[in-house]
Design a protein around this ligand. Structure first.
Ligand SMILES: [Zn+2]
Length: 75
């Protein structure tokens, strides 16, 4: 498995703070070296913030969810 695939797998639990310390260190180390994954990370973090704010304002529509999903793939 290539490192970036591994990093991608770790990204969601990383953002959810569900990794153990070794996995977290692994992800952090990779993010420091890899601008591609770092960009993904920053994007995911912003996306989460945005989603949190949106959910607080109103329940997310299926259309919006789909839009966000396609944004992710386009990155
Ligand atoms: Zn990477």
């Amino acid at each position: 498995m290539c490192e970036c695939d591994r990093c991608e797998q770790l990204l969601q639990p990383f953002l959810d703070r569900q990794l153990d310390e070794w996995e977290r260190a692994e992800a952090e180390e990779h993010l420091q070296r890899c601008s591609y994954c770092r960009r993904r990370y920053v994007f995911e973090e912003k996306l989460r913030m945005y989603v949190r704010q949106t959910v607080a304002a109103e329940a997310m529509s299926p259309e919006l969810k789909q839009k966000l999903a396609s944004l992710r793939i386009a990155l």
